[in-house]
Design a protein around this ligand. Structure first.
Ligand code: GLA
Ligand code: ZN
Length: 683
C-alpha cells in the first residue's frame, strides 16, 4: 500500500487552525507575537480569511489584498503554510444593500435582513457573480504563493432558501428529472391522493410551512434539490479557482452527520474531505465513552467518503466551544485524546477554531489556542503545544490509511424518508441513533467499520449491516445480493425495503425489490410498541434479548429461524433469521434490540467472515493505520481509570517504550504502537 500524503509540501501532519488576523490588523505587536506562539505550539499551517470579505473588499470593487499578502509571506518565511478560504460564508453589508436577492428566504417565506452568516441564497446570479469576482482575485493574487497548500471553500455550507429564484430552479430541476412530463411527477408523488395532481411544473412550490408539506415525494425531492443547488454553488466557486490554479486542492468543511445536505453528493468535487468536530464532552446524558464513540462515528463517516486518502479535522475547539447549551471545559488530557482520535480514525490534520480568541462579538468566549490573556502560560496552550510535539513524533503515520472490512450502510435519502414518513412512532424512529449504536458496538468489539452508501462498492467488505433500510435506491437490492452471493455476511433489520426512491411503496410484500429472495423472509406487519411495552427475542438455548419500539411479523420463505418472539399475538413467530445465499449469509432481525445485546451476533458475523476482533477493554478505542513501511495501532482510553490492553507488541511512539504483552493506559491515556512484523494485506 502506498502512502497518500495529503500535502506533499508539508510532508507530515498538518497542525493549525483558523487564523483571523483581519480582527487584529491595528495590532502589529499581536500579529508578530502570533508567529512566535505558533512556532512554539508546533503550528505548521493556518486557515486564512474564512470571514475576511469586508476587509478584502470593504466597498464594491475596492480590493485590499496587501495585508493578506504580508501575512502569508510572513507565515511562510516562518515555515507555516496557508489554507486559503474563500469568504462567501458571510457577506459584507454592501452586498446585501445592493443585491437584496442575495438574502435568504426561510420556510415561512420571510426574507432575512442583513446580518449573521451562512445565509446567502445559493441561486442568486448576482451573489454568485460577486463570489466569482472575489475568488478569481484571490486565486490570481495568492494561487501561486509558495505557502499556499489548499483552498477552503466558503464555510460550513448549509441551510435552505425558499426565495423565488430557488423555487424557479427547483421547478427546473424537477422538470429535468421527470423528463418534462408532469404526469410522471404526479405518478411518482402519488398526487391523486387528496387531489394533489399538478397540471404543470409552474404550480409546484417548495414545501413552505403554510403550503404543501404532505407529499412525501415533494419533501424528499426538495431536500435532494437543496443538496444539488448547494453543490452547484460550491462547484461554481471550485471552477473559478481551478480555472486560475488547477493544481491547488480544494475542500469545504463539513459538519458531522449533517442533516440537510447529502455530503456524499458533494464529495466528488472535493480533493479532500474535511470536517468540524465539536462534541459535547462530559455531558450528563451519556457516558464520556459514548460521546467519544459518537465523535468517532463522524470521523468514520468522513473517512469513508474518500477511502483512498486521509481526511482532515478542519476545526475543533481548544478548551471549549461557546454555542452548546452547556459549555463545559475539556478536562486535562481530553484535548490530546480527541486530537489523537481524529488521527487514529484516519485524519492527517489536527486543526482548531480558532488560533486567537476574539476580543468581542459572538464568539469572544469560544476557546482558542491563544486566549484573552495572550500568552503561552495557559493550560490550553500547553495542551495544544503538546499535541504539536506528538504529531511530530508520529510523523511516519501521516499518509497511512485505515482499512475496514466491515461496513455500515447509511443513506441520507433513507434518513430523510424515515423521518418524514407517517408511520411507526413520531418519537422513536431514531434512525441516526440506531446507526451510531450499531457502529459503536462493532468498534467496542474491536472490529473496524466504515460507513458507506447503499450504492457503494462493497467488494472490499466482508461484513455489512444495513439498519432500517426503508428506502431502497435503484440497484441497492442488486448490490446487496451481489455482496452476499460472493460470501458477505449481511444484517438487515425491521423496516427494510418498503419504498422506492420516490417513496412509493413496493407492491407484493416487504422487503421489496427482490430482497425477500435474499433474506428468505417476508414482513407482513410492523407493530409499534409504546415506551412501556416490551417483548423478547428468545433463542433456543433460553437466552432472551429485550425488544423495544418495533416488532415485525415475518413469514419465513426459506430462512433458518434463530430466535422467535417471546410474547403477544406473534409469540413464537420468527424474530431473527439467517438465510444462506450464494457463498454468504443474509440475517434479518425483525425487532429493535439494542446493539449492546446484539454483540454476539456481530461477533458471529465477524468470525464467519474471518475478521479478527481486537480484544481490549470496551472503553479503549482501537484503530489501525497502515502503509508501506509499517502499521500503527492506536489505543485511546476513554475512561478515567487505568486500563490494560493485552497482547500488544511493538514500540510506543509516544514514549519510545518497547511493549511486549500488556499495554497500560492511564486515565484518558493514549498510545500509538508501531507494530512489529504486521503488514496489512494489500486490498
Ligand atoms: C463552526 C464555524 C466556525 C466557528 C466554530 C465555533 O465550526 O465554522 O467559524 O463558528 O463553529 O465552534
Ligand atoms: Zn434563494
Amino acid at each position: 500500500m502506498e502512502k497518500t500524503i495529503l500535502f506533499p509540501k508539508v510532508g507530515k501532519f498538518v497542525h493549525g487552525g483558523d487564523y483571523n488576523p483581519d480582527q487584529w490588523l491595528d495590532r502589529p505587536d499581536i500579529l508578530k507575537e502570533d508567529i512566535r506562539l505558533m512556532k512554539e505550539a508546533g503550528v505548521n499551517c493556518v486557515t486564512l480569511g474564512v470571514f475576511a470579505w469586508s476587509t478584502l473588499e470593504p466597498r464594491k470593487d475596492e480590493f485590499h489584498f496587501e495585508w493578506m499578502k504580508e501575512i502569508m509571506d510572513n507565515l511562510y518565511a516562518n515555515g507555516i503554510y496557508t489554507i486559503l478560504a474563500t469568504p462567501s460564508g458571510a457577506k459584507p453589508a454592501w452586498i446585501d444593500e445592493e443585491y437584496p436577492e442575495a438574502l435568504r428566504v426561510d420556510h415561512k417565506g420571510l426574507r432575512r435582513l442583513h446580518g449573521v452568516r451562512h445565509n446567502h441564497c445559493m441561486s442568486s446570479p448576482k451573489y454568485r457573480e460577486r463570489v466569482r469576482i472575489m475568488d478569481r482575485k484571490l486565486a490570481e493574487n495568492f494561487g501561486h504563493h509558495p505557502g499556499l497548500i489548499m483552498y477552503h471553500i466558503s464555510n460550513e455550507l448549509g441551510g435552505m432558501c425558499f426565495c423565488p429564484l430557488c423555487a424557479a430552479r427547483f421547478r427546473q430541476y424537477l422538470s429535468d428529472k421527470f423528463d418534462h412530463d408532469i404526469d410522471k411527477l404526479n405518478h411518482a408523488w402519488w398526487a391523486t391522493f387528496w387531489s394533489h395532481t399538478y397540471q404543470s411544473f409552474d404550480q409546484i412550490e417548495p414545501p413552505f410551512a403554510n403550503g404543501e408539506t404532505s407529499m412525501m415525494g415533494l419533501n424528499l425531492e426538495w431536500k435532494r434539490f437543496t443538496t444539488w443547488n448547494m453543490n452547484d454553488f460550491m462547484m461554481d466557486e471550485i471552477r473559478t479557482l481551478k480555472e486560475v490554479t488547477p493544481d491547488i486542492p480544494v475542500t469545504t468543511n463539513f459538519m458531522d452527520f449533517f442533516y440537510l445536505l447529502d455530503y456524499r453528493k458533494m464529495a466528488p468535487g472535493l480533493d479532500a474531505i474535511s470536517w468540524d468536530s465539536y462534541p459535547e464532552f462530559h455531558n450528563d446524558r451519556e457516558s464520556f465513552s459514548d460521546t467519544m464513540y459518537h465523535n468517532a462515528f463522524n470521523h468514520a463517516l468522513m473517512r469513508s467518503m474518500k477511502p483512498d486518502r486521509p481526511f482532515m479535522l478542519m476545526e475543533s475547539a481548544p478548551g471549549l466551544p461557546n454555542w452548546h447549551e452547556y459549555n463545559k471545559m475539556k478536562r486535562p488530557g481530553v484535548h490530546k485524546l480527541a486530537c489523537l482520535q481524529a488521527v487514529a480514525n484516519g485524519s492527517d490534520t489536527v486543526q482548531y477554531f480558532q488560533w486567537r480568541q476574539s476580543r468581542g462579538s459572538y464568539e469572544q468566549f469560544h476557546g482558542a489556542v491563544v486566549g484573552h490573556k495572550g500568552t503561552d502560560e495557559t493550560r490550553i496552550f500547553k495542551e495544544v503545544a503538546e499535541v504539536g510535539r506528538i504529531l511530530e513524533k508520529i510523523s511516519p503515520v501521516a499518509g497511512t490509511l485505515v482499512k475496514a472490512r466491515a461496513a455500515l450502510i447509511v443513506d441520507w435519502d433513507n434518513r430523510w424518508a424515515i423521518d418524514d414518513v407517517m408511520a411507526l412512532s413520531r418519537r422513536t424512529k431514531h434512525y441516526d441513533k440506531t446507526c451510531v449504536e450499531i457502529w459503536k458496538a462493532f468498534e467496542e468489539l474491536g472490529v473496524e467499520m466504515d460507513i458507506v452508501a447503499s450504492d457503494s462498492d462493497l467488494s472490499h467488505y466482508d461484513v455489512a449491516v444495513a439498519p432500517m433500510l426503508y428506502l431502497l435506491e435503484p440497484e441497492t437490492a442488486q448490490n446487496l445480493k451481489g455482496f452476499v452471493a460472493r460470501g458477505g455476511q449481511l444484517l438487515a433489520t425491521y423496516f427494510t425495503g418498503c419504498v422506492d426512491d420516490n417513496q412509493l411503496c413496493y407492491l407484493g410484500g416487504f422487503p421489496g425489490d427482490g430482497l425477500q429472495e435474499l433474506f428468505g423472509v417476508e414482513s407482513e406487519e410492523i407493530d409499534t410498541l409504546y415506551p412501556s411495552d416490551r417483548n423478547g427475542l428468545v433463542f433456543e438455548d433460553g437466552r432472551v434479548w429485550e425488544v423495544r419500539d418495533y416488532a415485525e411479523v415475518l413469514n419465513v420463505k426459506g430462512a433458518d429461524v434463530l430466535a422467535t418472539f417471546e410474547s403477544d399475538y406473534y409469540q413464537g413467530k420468527p424474530a431473527l433469521t439467517c438465510h444462506p445465499y450464494g457463498e454468504g449469509k443474509a440475517y434479518y432481525i425483525a425487532a429493535r434490540v439494542n446493539a449492546e445485546q446484539m454483540k454476539p451476533l456481530f461477533e458471529q458475523m465477524a468470525r464467519e467472515a474471518d475478521i479478527p476482533c481486537r480484544r481490549k477493554p470496551e472503553t479503549v478505542e482501537y484503530h489501525l493505520r497502515a502503509g508501506e513501511e509499517g502499521s500503527y495501532a492506536f489505543y485511546l482510553n476513554h475512561s478515567t481509570e487505568e486500563e490494560i490492553v493485552e497482547d500488544v507488541h511493538g514500540r510506543d511512539m509516544l514514549t519510545d517504550e518497547k511493549i511486549d504483552g500488556n499495554l497500560i493506559l492511564s486515565a484518558y491515556g493514549t498510545a500509538v504502537i508501531k507494530l512489529q512484523n504486521v503488514r496489512l494485506q494489500p486490498l
